[in-house]
Design a binder for this molecule. Structure first.
Ligand SMILES: [Zn+2]
Length: 307
């Protein structure tokens, strides 16, 4: 059943578990997320970036989610706009049927971010749609980074408190040391858990972890085996995800892992049979592998069995 992000994340916030927010760019990814949720009895957030919406068409993005949520009526699902860059973009998504939106004005100064977020919250809440905002900049932090440098890019807990109170935003993504893509950390993975705990204490709302792909070893291996190259990539280890959930994270954005899993199988099939051109021969095993990765993630995050 299609519900607002709040329905899913308020329960996770109260019961202290994490829900995967999985990105999709096509039917194969989207249907696989639903299949894994069905298998694991897990609520899900499916999210589309502005780029994915452009690729699919907004009517198709919403249409596919609606049809799949009818096919699996027992699964609570929220359709979320990932990294909405403007008020207009958020309104467009709300009009089209998204049940949750992110307004990402985090690159602007605090006051501007607050003002833009407030505008989106006002219109979204009228439509029963929940809103996510971001504070701080996403970037990997290293051992030798100074306190000043850390304070310059990571979330300021006091500001987070004021921001949530003023904007009435539903979820907050605090920058605590993750970054997007497959290359998250230069040295050992490092997140600022103390800062996270302080943000949770002062805001008491569901928090979001961006750039939370783990690149688990079997996914990495499969990609390399198929002839892919991940260079010096590093994900967020499962223990870190679980520690972050203990510290108050409830929405865990996951995109890179799904892409790597899917494409490793597509490449494997392409290498093994150079005469193959039936799309289903590539996509069926790719879906299978991706479904296993998602199902495992639901266990790690604690959302398995929550419906
Ligand atoms: Zn993000």
């Amino acid at each position: 059943m299609l519900v607002s992000g709040n329905v899913i994340l308020q329960k996770a916030h109260k019961e202290n578990y994490g829900v995967g927010a999985f990105n999709f760019v096509n039917y194969e990814m989207l249907s696989t997320i639903f299949e894994a949720a069905d298998e694991k009895k897990s609520p899900i957030i499916v999210q589309a970036s502005e780029g994915a919406i452009k690729y699919l068409g907004i009517d198709m993005a919403v249409g596919m989610v609606k049809i799949l949520s009818q096919r699996y009526p027992h699964i609570p699902v929220a359709l979320h706009l990932d990294h909405g860059t403007s008020y207009e973009s958020c309104v467009k998504a709300i009009r089209a049927g998204f049940t949750s939106v992110m307004i990402d004005a985090s690159h602007h100064p605090f006051e501007e971010n607050l003002c833009e977020t407030k505008r989106v919250v006002e219109v979204a809440h009228c439509a029963g749609v929940s809103v996510e905002a971001e504070l701080g900049r996403l970037m990997g932090i290293e051992d030798n980074i100074s306190v000043d440098e850390k304070d310059a890019c990571l979330v300021n807990p006091k500001e987070a408190e004021e921001f949530v109170k003023e904007s009435k935003v539903d979820f907050l993504a605090p920058a605590i040391g993750t970054s997007h893509g497959a290359f998250k950390f230069k040295g050992e993975p490092k997140l600022d858990f103390e800062r996270l705990i302080e943000v949770k204490r002062l805001t008491n709302i569901p928090l979001v972890l961006h750039g939370a792909s783990a690149i688990p070893s079997e996914v990495r291996e499969a990609f390399l085996q198929s002839g892919g190259d991940l260079k010096g990539s590093k994900g967020v280890p499962f223990e870190f995800l679980q520690e972050a959930i203990k510290g108050g994270i409830n929405k865990i954005n996951t995109d890179t892992d799904l892409r790597i899993a899917f494409m490793s199988e597509v490449r494997r099939v392409a290498n093994e049979d150079k005469t193959q051109f039936d799309l289903r021969k590539f996509f069926a095993p790719a879906k299978d592998f991706m479904r296993k990765v998602i199902a495992e993630r639901m266990e790690v995050l604690g959302s398995a069995g929550k419906i």
